[in-house]
Design a protein around this ligand. Sequence first.
Ligand code: SF4
Ligand code: SF4
Length: 175
Amino acid sequence: MSNSDENKKEIPSGEYGRHIIQYPVEISFCAGCSSCEIVCGLVHEGVSSPSVNRIFLERGEKQSLMHTILTCQHCTDHPCYEKCPKRDEAMCIDENGIVYINEEKCIGCGLCAKACKFEPSRINFVKKADKTKRKAHKCDLCRTRENGPACIEFCQVKCIGLSDQPIPNQLTESI
Ligand code: SF4
Ligand code: SF4
């Protein structure tokens, strides 16, 4: 996905819970350093790998260098949760409306990733040859971490933050 007008139309309408947003360029400009992705994998899995992070850096074209940060918006209608055959065991919603995955109970079917209303899916699901190792990974806003989302804390240019507001057209509109 690129930052073209076409792709901006892909943002679905709807209500969203507390979620991570990328600030417009007037506030801060993503440096494309991948710190958010790296720290996300480290905090959740103890490793840094594109197969486990729950926040995604979509690099802009060379001419623009406008990078886009993508992550779960904690939709209030949460189609990912509705599709999970292990609802309330694998895919859960906490008392604050945070949609999260209990990976121990995840059977690796991938239905949640397919059901995500965003393109690309905000659920990281990599098919592994060993089916017992297939697990879905998604942003849980670091719900059990004292300092909150690690990606926000470690972003050197402070281009991401938390919001309860509808998703802005990230690169042009104010929050
Ligand atoms: S991959 Fe896991 S969390 Fe996703 S729908 Fe299947 S069981 Fe549920
Ligand atoms: S994974 Fe997708 S559908 Fe589910 S809450 Fe997050 S953004 Fe919404």
